[in-house]
Design a protein around this ligand. Structure first.
Ligand SMILES: [Zn+2]
Ligand SMILES: [Zn+2]
Length: 266
């Protein structure tokens, strides 16, 4: 089993050490995990989402030695955005990383994790703006391997019907998915949505659409910030990918996708 979205205390919003995250994965029988620490250079002063790569690499290498029976990979989850794209690309160019998730965390200048966005705009306005900025970011940014947690905003939506459904945002979601396929970028299926919404991020019909459009690179991650979340619902979600028609889920080595047959994991 694999989990390609795990944070540790290298990320400023996570208090759990890499060792404890790896131990939790091993306990649950996971053979491969990828740390994806936060880099978000345009968060408006709410938190410091930068990474000290010297510290990160040192700790990662130590844990990799300790957990030699597992495949540990070193990645980042980098915030997408027109304003910061060159800085982020420069930063990542200097690092030998296995995997980069590109995530749209900022809309209207804020992370929808914080309440303000929802007080100022309607749900439709927030979701439309999220998709508009995501489409712009995917067009402008090249530094990432997969688009992270599509529909992320639903997680923090204070209204009852949270999901960003394909049927309600068809045109924008199609534009985004087609752009990913054309650029050879993958789609992350993030199981963390299941804690707050009825489906993964993105929801199943969006994953299915990616498949229909010829998308081949899909990854799966729990977005764990706590040990108990490591590997959450990965098994079921792989079943969903298989039902949709995918034969492979991807791992990454040095920014190159490695295709693993889903059957070998189930
Ligand atoms: Zn994220
Ligand atoms: Zn994350």
């Amino acid at each position: 089993m694999i989990d390609y979205h795990i944070h540790s205390d290298i990320s400023s919003d996570c208090g759990v050490s890499m060792r404890r995250m790896a131990a939790s994965a091993r306990e649950k029988g996971f053979k491969e995990i990828c740390f994806t620490e936060h880099i978000d250079l345009d968060l408006p002063g709410e938190m410091d989402f930068t990474v000290d790569f010297n510290v990160y690499r040192k700790r990662f290498n130590a844990i990799k030695n300790e957990y030699a029976d597992m495949n540990l990979r070193m990645g980042v989850e980098a915030g997408l955005g027109r304003q910061t794209k060159d800085k982020v690309a420069d930063l990542l160019d200097k690092q030998e990383l296995d995997y980069v998730i590109g995530s749209q965390h900022i809309i209207f200048g804020h992370d929808p994790f914080y309440k303000g966005v929802w007080e100022q705009y309607s749900q439709r306005q927030v979701y439309d703006e999220y998709l508009r900025t995501s489409i712009e970011s995917v067009k402008e940014c090249d530094f990432f391997d997969v688009f992270g947690h599509l529909g992320y905003i639903a997680k923090f939506c204070p209204f009852d019907d949270k999901l960003m459904r394909y049927r309600d945002y068809t045109d924008a979601i199609d534009t985004l998915l087609i752009s990913l396929v054309h650029k050879g970028k993958g789609l992350e299926v993030n199981t963390n949505g299941l804690f707050m919404t009825p489906d993964t991020m993105p929801e199943r019909p969006v994953i299915k659409r990616f498949f229909e459009l010829g998308g081949e690179i899909v990854t799966i991650g729990s977005d764990a910030h706590y040990e108990n979340v490591v590997g959450h619902a990965v098994h079921e979600t792989l079943g969903t990918l298989k039902d949709i028609g995918f034969k492979y889920v991807c791992a990454f080595d040095g920014r190159r996708p490695r295709f693993i047959t889903i059957d070998s994991l189930l």
